[in-house]
Design a protein around this ligand. Structure first.
Ligand SMILES: C[S@@+](CC[C@H](N)C(=O)[O-])C[C@H]1O[C@@H](n2cnc3c(N)ncnc32)[C@H](O)[C@@H]1O
Length: 201
């Protein structure tokens, strides 16, 4: 058995255990404004309009947990009146830890006037914003089960649609999506390209 065979076998097992609805975009659109940065998120900007259309998402506001250098935040800024990016700005065990770079990212994104960056742990943010509601919430923090489940459950309960990056590259993210959808009675769609995007609505 080659590494590839084992990978496919494990993936088949995971997909059977944590079932999702296969997501097939109908509209592919490359947005006008994109950050010239080699993010793992690259590629997903082409399906934002499709998600907004399919799930009839209001475009007044989008909230994101896990902004890093701003690739996904800038992509969302093409479609939403306001984008709020919440991040600890010190990285994590999966993305890599680093010194606080909040000021640097704020400066880099200053031309996008509809993006607001907030330096906060998602745990503190959700405690303070109990009554907020957004059209779309994007979860792309540390890819561990407990954090993804806690942040994601709040996201699903405070948005029309919540999306989760890295369902294909981190099985814990797919597992958390499956459990959140089960526990909230919502549907879990999975787009299997660009490291995977879980969509719960
Ligand atoms: C995978 S990166 C985000 C990538 C980004 N969405 C992009 O488009 O390139 C994960 C980010 O989550 C942040 N993060 C990790 N744990 C967090 C937490 N508890 N609260 C807020 N942000 C967190 C890290 O600082 C890191 O910048």
């Amino acid at each position: 058995m080659t590494y590839n065979d084992i990978y496919k076998w494990v993936n088949r097992k995971l997909n059977k255990k944590y079932r999702s609805i296969y997501y097939e975009p109908e509209i592919l659109e490359y947005p006008k404004e994109i950050l010239l940065y080699d993010s793992y998120w690259r590629g997903l900007e082409t399906i934002i309009l499709d998600i907004i259309t399919k799930f009839n998402i209001p475009t007044s506001s989008c909230l994101e947990f896990g902004t890093e250098n701003g690739y996904s935040a800038v992509a969302f800024s093409n479609y939403f009146d306001k984008v709020i990016g919440v991040d600890i700005f010190t990285g994590d065990i999966h993305a890599g830890k680093h010194e606080n770079n909040y000021d640097e990212v704020v400066n880099k994104l200053k031309q996008w006037k509809n993006i607001e960056l907030i330096k906060s742990d998602y745990r503190d943010y959700i405690k303070l914003h109990t009554n907020d509601f957004h059209g779309l919430i994007h979860v792309d923090i540390v890819h561990s089960y407990d954090e993804t489940y806690e942040c994601g459950l709040w996201a699903v309960n405070h948005s029309k649609c919540a999306i989760f990056h890295d369902t294909e590259s981190y099985p814990e993210v797919k597992k958390a999506c499956y459990h959140i959808a089960r526990d909230t009675g919502k549907r879990f769609y999975n787009y299997n390209k660009f490291f995977g995007l879980g969509i719960i609505s």
